[in-house]
Design a protein around this ligand. Structure first.
Ligand code: ADP
Ligand code: YYY
Length: 301
């Protein structure tokens, strides 16, 4: 490669000289043209303070985590030509009222990794509280989920973000009539997106107070978010007992314990509303009564 460079008519070369204490470096930029080599610039280089934001943060805000209806909507709008299904998702989004207002009944969101017991718990809660059971993404988007799952994160996550706004309309409507239980919502959308985007270990996650964990201002806020956590061995046992085909992401989650930890840690860091963490490893009955106590405490039920 160097040989090719030397053969080319003109190229630039940099040389570096360090100060005695190693804190300052002098960079000389040379230009070689034919046989002539001249110094064209001189710079001083020093160690800069650690940037306020980790570089990965710039790859998260509004590229995989969206903080407003408009931002997610715009992404799918730009995909209309190459992904025709976007039009149908946008039409559904158009029908939903923005800034849906919650009714007088409590809205309780249940979050957690796959096989932590969300389906089991949400069904029991629906029966006991005589509430409505909703999920995000809502059923009306199921037919396009696989299509968007195959797209790059920018598009895939915008689909899930819009799904939350569409669910929010149903939540608003139902919470005027009865308590509402929601299986996954914005915590899932943000936590999976952040954990996928951030490479490395748990330490690479944006710090706890980072703005990536903030709740979108225009999205209906639930009264209570419960995060179900299960010991890895118990979760593996449940997945196996269930015997269903694992999604690609779930297979990845199992293979990649670190990714699983990052998703869970991102869940815990999301604020306003933060989630209340429950150990869901005990029996179904024990988990249910613990969550019912929480609901009584937080939602005056
Ligand atoms: N508390 C529990 N103790 C033991 N097994 C459970 C418990 N909660 C759920 N399960 C079982 O674990 C499996 C996964 O539960 P499920 O509710 O489908 O989880 P998710 O909806 O989070 O994927 C199911 O077979 C379910 O019967
Ligand atoms: N509200 C939601 C729900 C799911 N997601 C994304 C996050 C993950 O990529 C997957 C997890 O979905 P998965 O199929 O494992 O979940 P269920 O078993 O359907 O509950 O979906 C989301 O971004 N927002």
């Amino acid at each position: 490669m160097l040989k090719d460079l030397v053969k080319s008519e003109e190229f630039h070369l940099c040389t570096y000289v360090s100060s005695e204490d190693g804190k300052l470096w002098q960079q000389c930029v040379w230009s070689q043209r034919g046989k002539e080599c001249t110094e064209v610039a001189k710079h001083y280089i020093t160690v800069a303070a650690k940037p306020e934001y980790h570089p990965t943060l710039l790859n998260i805000i509004n590229t995989v985590v969206y903080y407003s209806f408009e931002d997610a909507y715009r992404v799918l709008q730009e995909c209309k030509e190459c992904i025709p299904e976007s039009k149908e998702v946008l039409e559904l989004a158009d029908q939903c009222m923005k800034n849906s207002t919650k009714g007088r009944f409590p809205v309780i969101v249940i979050e957690g990794l796959d096989a932590t017991g969300k389906t089991t718990l949400t069904q029991s809660l629906q029966e006991i509280l005589r509430g409505a059971l909703l999920r995000s993404p809502p059923g009306c988007l199921s037919q396009w989920r696989a299509r968007f799952d195959a797209e790059p994160p920018l598009i895939r996550r915008a689909f899930y973000a819009l799904g939350n706004y569409i669910s929010a309309c149903d939540i608003a409507r139902e919470s005027a009539k009865s308590p509402v239980i929601v299986d996954r919502y914005w915590h899932s959308t943000a936590a999976y997106a952040i954990a996928t985007e951030v490479g490395g270990t748990l330490e690479s996650l944006p710090s706890s107070h980072s703005e990536v964990y903030r709740w979108p201002r225009d999205l209906l806020t639930p009264d209570l978010v419960v995060l179900l956590t299960v010991r890895p061995e118990e979760r593996a046992r449940r997945l196996l007992a269930r015997g269903v085909e694992k999604t690609r992401e779930e297979a990845e989650l199992e293979a990649n314990n670190l990714f699983r930890q990052k998703v869970e840690e991102a869940y815990r860091r999301i604020q306003d509303p933060a989630c209340v963490v429950i150990d869901a490893s005990p029996s179904k009955e024990e988990v249910l009564s613990e969550v019912l106590l929480l609901i009584q405490k937080h939602c005056n039920l």
